[in-house]
Design a protein around this ligand. Structure first.
Ligand code: HXC
Length: 518
C-alpha cells in the first residue's frame, strides 16, 4: 500500500479530525458540566484496549431548508461498538451531548439499531449511555421513526439479552422510553435527569414551576417513580456498579449465570439466625441482616433499594452461583404488600426467570396493604402481577417462611401450590388465613360481645389460635411446607435444595404468550 497516497492521507485526516472532535470539543463541553465524554465512559466500561468502534465516520443527515442546519460532526453524536467487560463480549452505545445535544437523528438512530441487532444476534448484553435532548428537531419524522425502530428492537431483545441503560445527562422526550423498556436503569446523582416533557413545557401547559432535579432527577426516579434501579454519586462509581451487576448475569437467555469461585464455607451455621426474629410478633427486624447471614459473604447486591422498601429485591450468590432474592422487609410498613412492592418484585422475578436465575423468597408478610388509596389505585390489578410472575416462572424457586404468612400474601409469595419447588419454614412461622386478633374477632364475635372482660378473652383466644392454627406445623403436616428447619441451618439447606433443582425442566404448553395483568 502507498502510505503517501491520497486515500491513505484521507484515512489519517479523518482519524485526526475525529480524535480532535472527541478530545477537545466534547471534553470541554462535558467537563465544564462535571460530566465525562462519551468516549471516556466507554473507556471506563470496557477492559483496556478491547473496545472497537464501528460507524465512527457516519455523518448526520440534513433535511435541508431553514431547519436543516446541523453540526457536521463525525459519528453523528453517538459512539457504537463492542468490546470485553471482565473478559466477556458486550455491545454498547454512548450518546455525545456535545453534538447537537446528543439528539437522535436518523443516522444516529441507525447506528444504535445496528448495534442492537448485532448484540441480539451474538447473544451479548447491550449497554446504552443516554445523554440526549431526545428526537432531533431538525430531522422531524425521521427522528421519531428512529426511536420507534430502537423501541422495537428493545422489545425483541427483552428476555434474550440483558439490556442496561445508563442515564448520564438529560434523557428527554423519546430518550426515556428505550431505558424504561430495558432491564435496568442506572442514574448519576445531580447530573442526570429523565422526563417525557421538561420544566418549560410543564410551565406552559400547567403553569407549574419545577426544576430539572425535582421533575426527573435521580432521587425522584429512585424513590418516587421506581424507574431508576441504581443511583450513584458520580459517573465512575455508576460504571463500577454497572460492571458489578453484569458479573451476576449470563450473557443471554440460553446461558447460565457465571459461576464465581467462592471462599465462603458451604456448611456455615449461623446461630444468630435463631434469635433474629423477635418474640413479639409485632416487633420489626431487618431482613437484610438475615440475607447477609445466609448468602456468600459480600455478595448481597440490592436492586432499587430506595423504592418500595417494604420489599427487598437483590442478587446474591450461594456457593458461587447467582440467585435472585425477593424478601419482605418487616422494618418498612411491617413488610405488607402494596402496589409498588408488588410491581417491583414482579418485574424482578420476570427478569430472573428470563435469564435462568433461581429465586429465593424470604417471607414475613402480614398481608396486602388495606385502605381506600390502595384499593382505588388498583392493588387488585397490581398485586395480580406478582402472583402471575411467580406462577409463570420456571426457574428453581424456594421459599423460606420466617414469620408471618397470612391470607393472600401466603398464596402470592411463592407458596407450594403456586409453584414453589421447596417450601421451608422456621419454627417461628405463622401460617394462616389471617392474624390471631382478626381471626378471633370474627370467630368469637358473640362471645366477645357477651364477655365481662373481652380484652382478656381475646388475648387468651389469640394464644390458642397461635398454638392450634397460626404455626408452621399444620402446614408441614399437610405437605404445604416441605420441612420446618432450624434457622441456623438455612444456608446449608438452601445450597443443597438449589443443587437438587439444578436440572429442573418445565415443559410449557405452546402459546403465543400469556396475558399478564399489566
Ligand atoms: C436538536 C437539540 C435538541 C433536540 C438540544 N439540542 N435538544 N437539537 N434537537 N431535541 C441542542 C441545542 O439546540 C443546543 O445546540 C445543544 O443541543 C445543547 O442544548 P442546550 O439547550 O444548550 O443544553 P442544556 O441547557 O443543557 O439543556 C439540555 C436540554 C434542552 C434540557 C435537553 O436542550 C432541551 O430541553 N432540549 C429539548 C428537549 C425535548 O423537549 N426533547 C423532546 C423532543 S420530542 P447548540 O447549537 O446551541 O449547542 C421527542 C419525542 C419522541 O423526543 C417521542 C418518541 C416516543
Amino acid at each position: 500500500m502507498d502510505i503517501d497516497g491520497k486515500l491513505f492521507k484521507k484515512f489519517l485526516e479523518r482519524q485526526e479530525t475525529y480524535e480532535h472532535q472527541q478530545k477537545e470539543f466534547a471534553a470541554d463541553k462535558q467537563h465544564s458540566k462535571g460530566k465525562l465524554t462519551a468516549k471516556e465512559r466507554i473507556g471506563l466500561l470496557f477492559d483496556n484496549d478491547t473496545f472497537d468502534e464501528i460507524d465512527a465516520f457516519s455523518l448526520p443527515a440534513s433535511s435541508g431548508g431553514e431547519f436543516g442546519r446541523i453540526v457536521n460532526a463525525y459519528g453523528d453524536g453517538v459512539i457504537t461498538g463492542h468490546g470485553k467487560i471482565s473478559g466477556r463480549i458486550a455491545f454498547a452505545y454512548a450518546q455525545d451531548f456535545s453534538v447537537m445535544g446528543g439528539s437522535l437523528g436518523s443516522i444516529h438512530a441507525a447506528k444504535i439499531m445496528k448495534i442492537q441487532d448485532m448484540a441480539l444476534k451474538m447473544g451479548a448484553p447491550i449497554i446504552g449511555f443516554i445523554d440526549s435532548g431526545g428526537a432531533r428537531i431538525q430531522e422531524g419524522v425521521a427522528s421519531l421513526a428512529g426511536y420507534a425502530g430502537i423501541f422495537n428492537r428493545n422489545v425483541k431483545s427483552s428476555g434474550v439479552i440483558p439490556q442496561i441503560s445508563v442515564i448520564m445527562g438529560p434523557a428527554a422526550g423519546g430518550a426515556v422510553y428505550s431505558p424504561s423498556i430495558t432491564d435496568f436503569v442506572f442514574m448519576t446523582n445531580k447530573t442526570s435527569y429523565m422526563f417525557v416533557t421538561g420544566p418549560n413545557v410543564v410551565k406552559e401547559v400547567l403553569n407549574e414551576d419545577v426544576s430539572f432535579e425535582e421533575l426527573g432527577g435521580a432521587t425522584v426516579h429512585m424513590k418516587n417513580s421506581g424507574i431508576a434501579h441504581f443511583v450513584y454519586e458520580d459517573e465512575e462509581n455508576t460504571i463500577r456498579g454497572l460492571k458489578k451487576l453484569l458479573s451476576y448475569l449470563p450473557s443471554n437467555n440460553l446461558e447460565n449465570p457465571p459461576l464465581v469461585e467462592w471462599r465462603d464455607t458451604e456448611e456455615r451455621v449461623e446461630e444468630l439466625l435463631r434469635e433474629i426474629v423477635p418474640d413479639d410478633p409485632n416487633k420489626p427486624y431487618d431482613i437484610k441482616e438475615v440475607i447477609n447471614l445466609i448468602v456468600d459473604k459480600g455478595t448481597f447486591f440490592e436492586v432499587a433499594e430506595g423504592f418500595a422498601m417494604n420489599i427487598i429485591v437483590a442478587f446474591a450468590r450461594l456457593s458461587g452461583k447467582t440467585i435472585g432474592i425477593i424478601a419482605n422487609q418487616p422494618k418498612v410498613l411491617a413488610g405488607t404488600l402494596d402496589i409498588n412492592s408488588s410491581v417491583k418484585a414482579a418485574r424482578f422475578i420476570r427478569f430472573c426467570d428470563s435469564f435462568n436465575i433461581p429465586l429465593l423468597t424470604l417471607e414475613d408478610v402480614p398481608g396486602f396493604m388495606p385502605g381506600i388509596d390502595q384499593e382505588h389505585s388498583g392493588i387488585i390489578r397490581h398485586g395480580a402481577k406478582l402472583l402471575y410472575a411467580y406462577a409463570d416462572s420456571t426457574v428453581p424457586k424456594i421459599t423460606v417462611i420466617l414469620r408471618k404468612s397470612y391470607g393472600g400474601a401466603y398464596c402470592v409469595m411463592n407458596s407450594k401450590n403456586l409453584g414453589g419447588d421447596f417450601n421451608f419454614a422456621w419454627p417461628t412461622a405463622e401460617i394462616a388465613v389471617m392474624g390471631p386478633e382478626g381471626a378471633v374477632s370474627i370467630l368469637y364475635r358473640r362471645e366477645l360481645l357477651e364477655s365481662e372482660d373481652p380484652v382478656k378473652l381475646k388475648k387468651e383466644l389469640a394464644i390458642k389460635y397461635r398454638d392450634e392454627i397460626a404455626n408452621p406445623y399444620v402446614a408441614d403436616e399437610k405437605g404445604y411446607i416441605d420441612e420446618v428447619i432450624d434457622p441456623a441451618q438455612t444456608r446449608r439447606k438452601l445450597i443443597t435444595a438449589f443443587e437438587a433443582l439444578e436440572n429442573k425442566h418445565v415443559n410449557v404448553p405452546s402459546r403465543k404468550h400469556g396475558n399478564i395483568p399489566l
